[in-house]
Design a binder for this molecule. Structure first.
Ligand code: XMP
Length: 524
């Protein structure tokens, strides 16, 4: 078995770069996204990064994120102090601001009065470069801290204060090192984005070149340079990541790309037709469409245990994919829709594996390909905007996440063609009603589940004994945690009536009101 080299299909050196140092709170990704929304490229790095490693990356500026610890506890994460001497501007946020203060000789103390949530910020003096110059002198900001900076280090001026934080913002204009105790990255902070744009443009002198056009241009150039005249394969799953990756690679190398789409029979209603229509007809991409549902149903016969089911679907997928792509004997490259959060996650944390998320559409691990990963530097919202820019239909670009094993993990018990047909109809109604209610982009995922039980009902004068359908709708930022969506009762009622009236074999509807944890988003 050969492990293919991970290449990037993207050259970050073409952009001004901001390093976001991750101190372990959930805010680092949000900060990195805010920087990019201001059209500057950002990268997340661990707080153990050394001054030499920072210098190697030649950043235009450094932002220190918040973190869950107090600077006073043993083992509180530190920053290599030599980083402050590199001459690169530094902005500390929350924990990052306290770290700047304590590492450079100021005083951070336990005042006994923390601040959480909305707080009134008042500028002091001119308000400095980040907070002054025409911005309101009093404004609401979002706080979440216990310790407070009480004395700034030498060379720093205090630029804002609150009732409980005497030093809510500080700046050293000489060394271009600054800090804010509040969270400018959260939407509740007024003028939060101004803090970033001022730091990026006035302090770091960045150029606003992180735009959709430049992202696409650099990715196209990188793919061309990597591939030359070689042939490339891309597995399409119907999801947004593989779709955008394929469209991007196609823009770069046109007919050198062949896409393989395996129809497992476990997709949502109308999905297979839409993939073929979009890629073959609208985008003009060469597409091998393998209709393999019979093979999947055969493999799934008699299997009820969730992980065995996932494994069976994953293995079957790889077999079919290999057969289809094996015909393209001269292909050396394989496109993967890896995103930046996947890269961060595999580099910095070891998330517990609760389900074997076999990424169907993923890489058969005994095939010898060089990888092309044109989305490796992008967040999901950026991938969607690239997709729109490349002319993919909104239906695909704004599609909600869908598990690789498809409806196979939404049918409890044995998966049969009849059950898939029932679930597809019910699921289409759920999604259509969510769309009509204008909630599609607000809801992380909304779908139907078919449990392996039947219940008694009465329709007309007849007793029925049929399947229930469970509606599942959740809100989430990243699928790691989720809350059940508070859907309006009339919307739930419409879904319920329509499913019972329009889908034969269903006589009862339940709504899943479990958050994650303790539940998971999917039922299997
Ligand atoms: P859970 O159910 O673990 O799901 O809360 C979290 C997110 O992952 C998706 N999911 C999968 N995706 N293969 C995938 O590619 C899988 O086997 C799989 N299982 C769950 C799920 O839809 C949700 O977005």
């Amino acid at each position: 078995m050969t492990t293919p080299p991970a290449t990037s299909g993207f050259d970050p050196d073409l952009f001004d770069r901001i390093l976001v140092v991750d101190f372990g709170a959930q805010y680092a990704q949000l900060i990195a996204r805010r920087v990019r929304e201001a059209h500057v490229y950002s990268e997340i790095v661990p707080h153990t990064i050394t001054a030499a490693e920072v210098a190697e990356r030649s950043p235009a500026g450094i932002i220190l994120s918040g973190g869950p610890k107090s600077v006073h506890v043993d083992g509180a994460p530190q920053l290599d102090p030599a980083i402050y001497d590199l001459g690169v501007p530094v902005l500390g946020i929350c924990y990052g601001a306290q770290l700047v203060a304590s590492q450079l000789g100021g005083e951070v103390s336990r005042t006994g009065r923390g601040e959480y949530g909305r707080t009134e910020l008042r500028t002091v003096g001119t308000g400095g470069v980040l907070l002054g110059d025409g911005l309101p002198e009093v404004r609401p900001v979002w706080m979440s801290h216990f310790d407070s900076i009480v004395t700034p280090p030498d060379g720093f001026v205090v630029t804002a204060t609150t009732d409980d934080a005497p030093v809510a913002a500080l700046e050293d204009p000489q060394r271009r090192i600054m800090g804010v105790q509040f969270h400018p990255e959260v939407v509740h902070t007024a003028n939060g984005q101004d803090v970033f744009t001022r730091f990026l443009y006035k302090v770091c002198g960045c150029r606003p070149n992180w735009t959709m056009t430049s992202i696409i241009e650099t990715a196209v150039d990188a793919v061309r340079a990597q591939v030359g005249t070689g042939r490339v394969i891309c597995g399409l799953s119907g999801g947004v990541d593989s779709a955008v990756a394929a469209a991007l690679v196609h823009k770069a190398i046109g007919s050198q790309l062949t896409c393989v789409f395996v129809d497992t029979g476990l997709l949502r209603k109308g999905e297979a037709e839409q993939v073929v229509e979009t890629f073959r007809r609208s985008q003009g991409i060469e597409l091998i469409h393998v209709q393999a549902s019979d093979r999947f149903f055969q493999k799934l016969a008699g299997i009820t245990e969730p992980e065995t089911k996932r494994k069976a679907i994953g293995e079957q997928f790889i077999r079919v994919f290999e057969e289809a792509s094996g015909g393209i004997t001269d292909a050396r490259f394989l496109v993967q829709g890896t995103l930046y959060p996947d890269v961060i996650e595999s580099g910095t944390s070891e998330a517990a594996r609760i389900k074997s998320h076999h990424n169907v559409g993923g890489l058969p691990d005994d095939m010898e390909f060089e990888l092309i990963e044109p989305l490796r530097a992008l967040f999901k919202d950026e991938v969607r905007r690239v997709g729109e820019e490349l002319g993919l239909p909104p239906d695909i670009v704004w599609r909600q996440p869908f598990p690789g094993p498809g409806l196979g993990v939404r049918i409890i018990g044995e998966v049969t063609p009849d059950k898939v047909a029932t679930l597809q109809e019910a699921d289409a109604i759920v999604r259509e009603e969510i769309r009509r209610a204008g909630l599609e982009r607000e809801i992380w995922q909304a779908f139907a589940v078919l449990p392996d039980i039947r219940t008694v009902g009465v329709m007309g004068d007849e007793r029925t004994y049929a399947y229930p359908i469970v509606i599942r709708a959740v809100t989430s930022e990243d699928a790691m945690t989720a809350d059940w969506a508070r859907l309006p009762y009339d919307l739930l009622e419409r879904m319920s009536n329509r499913i019972i009236n329009e889908v034969p074999g269903v006589n009862r509807i339940a709504y899943d009101i479990t958050s994650k944890p303790p539940g998971t988003i999917e039922w299997e």
